[in-house]
Write a protein that binds this ligand. Structure first.
Ligand SMILES: [Zn+2]
Length: 248
């Protein structure tokens, strides 16, 4: 059998039996892969030390269709972001982003853009982590939802497809699928959006992380945006995959 060589980002690792490790990886093709490294914890192996969080790793493994955990033989560190990420609090914060992106992926599904966005986030973390959490989180949610095909409608009215004139006021409704213009009746879950919030949402969805420093938005508005996109996520995606499965 020919081995597969693929890059990926570590999602989690668990000890298996005496000296083996099973790890979960967000693969470069945007799929979730489980790998088993037999004997990785043996003193001489050196494998465990190379299975680093916050790094771009390269794995060599043997793929068998019928298996849910693939047997891996080698791992190397291609790019280490741990210095970018910094201390414990920053690690917890970055891990939350990686987890959220991975939670969008179903088994057997691949979405390379989700991997790309996580990689971009880790590469730029040192700079962009100084952005307010509500702003970075809102931008991240919008981007990964867009790549997963769940983007809220924010350039036109989600109900009538009409133009959003933010000067007349607008609202954001998770159940309706995004922004609602001032002429349409507001659904029960509508959250009022100021002109500043409409403009910022549109900016967040169309620009890369490093451009977010250009946004001038109040802390209160940022907070409301983050809450709105979290509600949109909860309505369309659910808290985790199990819940999503139960909903359909
Ligand atoms: Zn409308």
């Amino acid at each position: 059998m020919k081995p597969i060589v693929k890059k990926g980002i570590l999602l989690g690792r668990t000890r298996f039996k005496e000296s083996s490790l099973i790890i979960r990886v967000l693969s470069e093709d945007g799929s979730l892969v489980s790998l088993m490294f037999k004997g990785a914890l043996r003193r001489k192996s050196g494998i465990a030390a190379r299975i680093k969080p916050f790094a771009l790793l390269e794995f060599v493994y043997y793929h068998k269709r019928e298996r849910s955990i693939q047997t891996a033989s080698e791992v190397s560190v291609v790019e280490d972001f741990s210095e970018n990420i910094g201390g414990y609090n920053s690690q917890v914060r970055a891990a939350k982003y990686i987890k959220k992106a991975a939670s969008l992926l179903q088994p057997e599904q691949s979405n390379p853009e989700i991997f790309d966005i996580v990689l971009a986030l880790l590469r730029e973390w040192e700079k962009i982590s100084s952005l307010p959490e509500n702003l970075l989180w809102s931008a991240f949610l919008l981007k990964i939802m867009t790549f997963a095909g769940f983007a809220p409608t924010i350039f036109q009215c989600a109900l009538c497809n009409g133009k959003i004139d933010e000067r007349n006021g607008a609202a954001f409704s998770p159940s309706a699928g995004g922004l609602i213009c001032s002429s349409c009746p507001n659904p029960n879950d509508a959250i009022p959006f100021t002109a500043e919030m409409v403009k910022s949402s549109q900016f967040l969805i169309s620009n890369s992380f490093d451009k977010l420093f250009q946004i001038d938005i109040s802390a209160n508005a940022m907070n409301k945006l983050a809450i709105s996109f979290e509600r949109f996520w909860a309505f369309h995606i659910g808290e985790d995959k199990k819940q999503r499965k139960n909903n359909h």
